[in-house]
Design a binder for this molecule. Structure first.
Ligand code: URP
Ligand code: ZN
Ligand code: ZN
Ligand code: ZN
Length: 461
């Protein structure tokens, strides 16, 4: 079975060229000069459109247990939504509960995802119980293709790790080549601020933002960087939201340290003002770190241009407004933390191109190529090149769309971007050579997506 994607502009991180793309089975077979005669079973007309490598979202939480509930997208609904938005690979987080082993955790997550994903998927491992067994098990996880380990400086009593525990895990990462991912917020100080706010009767969602000040993200980020420096471990800061944290990352990168960071669309497009919406509406925007005052956005866009922010992931972690966010009415600290977004990352970042904030190539780099390298999937993913998986998005840069819960495919009852008008839209999506989305609708299904055992970080300095 062969497919020719004809007439488009192929955009890779390294440049854009007019070329046709020949797909044979699950792989890209060739890039062909325009007008060159090629036989194929099917032809997709990409005239006037970009042909880009499928998006890779390196940070999602499908069916994730949190605060007595579970994120609303299953691996099936979440990956179908991802496909609609041009994301053909997700990397989700297996979550170690305290007192359980990493390997049993990995088994449980395979049990949730295997056979249920519509696009390819991998796992990171959340380490919440650092002990001799867990540290040893990190080696087995790496052998099983899971070599990125997330730790938390936030959420005392749940996921929180002490500096000593972080140091030990980083030493293991240094020894094995693994990368430590860090949720960098000073949870000990934050918990005091939260308790004080509640004691003073401040219960609204905006308090979530006010009790998690950017200084405490900056401080934790600096501390994580210091621990990584001492141990020699590569460090990846997840969901960076504040200029304070970006400054710390920039400084470390200027010294040549293997420190990387992602930001998320919500920090580029939304702000503390959303969290302050009346009538509990702000609960829709509760995620950690919190949305920041608008001025941080300018710094984050700059960071994306300078590569101090290496890539953009969504931290997709949806909770329904009606029956889940509601758990925190009257006590903001009980609002499940997380926002939906897996479907709209490619489109939102494309606005950066439209506004002249990002080049076309940088758009592809931060949404696909760098994630592929950072998470050990290159050149199988993240590039339009012969031999790569045929994960391809035909993208219409001029189509207009309005984001809305009424039309999105995520299993959540609101959109954080309700009514936002965007330029550019996914036209056709191929996942390993199969057309899963086109103008006629969705043609993929649960079970098409395969588990990706990943190589070690290919993006180290
Ligand atoms: O609020 C968030 N970010 N929820 C998802 C879990 C995490 O910390 O990434
Ligand atoms: Zn986190
Ligand atoms: Zn997350
Ligand atoms: Zn619901």
């Amino acid at each position: 079975m062969s497919t020719l994607i004809r007439g488009g502009t192929v955009v890779n991180a390294t440049g854009a060229v007019a070329a046709d793309v020949l797909v044979q089975g699950e792989k890209i077979a060739a890039l062909v000069a325009p007008g060159f005669e090629v036989q194929a079973d099917t032809v997709i007309d990409a005239t006037g459109k970009y042909v880009i490598p499928g998006g890779i979202d390196g940070h999602t939480h499908m069916e994730m247990p949190f605060g007595g509930t579970s994120s609303a997208d299953t691996f099936e609904t979440g990956t179908v939504a991802a496909a609609w938005g041009g994301t053909t690979t997700i990397i989700d987080f297996a979550v170690q509960a305290k007192g359980t082993s990493l390997l049993s955790t990995l088994d449980r997550w395979h049990g949730k995802a295997d056979g249920n994903c519509a696009v390819d998927y991998g796992f990171h491992m959340i380490v919440s119980d650092v002990n001799d067994t867990s540290l040893k098990e990190m080696e087995s996880c790496i052998d099983a293709g899971v070599n990125t380990f997330k730790m938390f400086m936030a959420y005392p009593g749940v996921f929180y790790a002490t500096d000593g525990e972080i140091l030990r895990a980083m030493q293991k990462a240094r020894e094995t080549g693994a990368t430590i991912m860090m949720h960098a917020e000073n949870g000990i100080a934050i918990d005091q601020l939260v308790a004080q706010a509640l004691a003073n009767g401040h219960t609204d969602p905006v308090q979530h933002g006010l009790t998690r000040p950017p200084e405490l993200e900056g401080e934790a980020t600096s501390r994580a960087i210091a621990l990584a420096k001492v141990t020699g471990a590569p460090l990846y800061i997840v969901h960076l939201s504040a200029s304070h944290a970006l400054d710390a990352v920039t400084k470390a990168r200027d010294t040549g340290q293997n420190v990387f960071a992602e930001t998320c669309p919500q920090y580029l497009f939304l702000s503390l003002e959303d969290l302050a919406k009346p009538d509990f509406e702000g609960a829709k925007y509760v995620a950690s770190p919190p949305l920041r005052p608008k001025e941080h956005q300018t710094e984050l866009w700059r960071g994306l241009r300078t590569n101090d922010l290496s890539l953009v992931s969504t931290d997709h972690c949806p909770f329904c407004f009606k029956d889940q966010k509601e758990l925190g009415r009257g006590d903001f600290s009980k609002i499940p933390n997380g926002m939906p977004g897996v479907e709209h990352r490619m489109d939102l970042l494309h606005q950066g191109v439209v506004r002249g904030e990002l080049s076309l190539e940088r758009w592809v780099e931060i949404s696909s190529t760098t994630p592929a390298r950072m998470f050990g999937l290159y050149p199988r993913k993240g590039v339009i090149a012969p031999g790569a998986d045929a994960d391809i998005v035909v993208y219409d840069p001029t189509a207009e769309q309005t984001l809305s819960a009424a039309t999105h495919h995520m299993n959540v009852d609101y959109s954080a971007y309700e009514g936002m008008e965007l330029t550019g839209k996914v036209d056709t999506v191929l996942s390993r050579g199969k057309v899963v989305v086109d103008g006629a609708g969705f043609h993929g299904g649960a079970g098409h997506g395969r588990f990706l055992g990943r190589d070690l970080n290919q993006y180290l300095i």
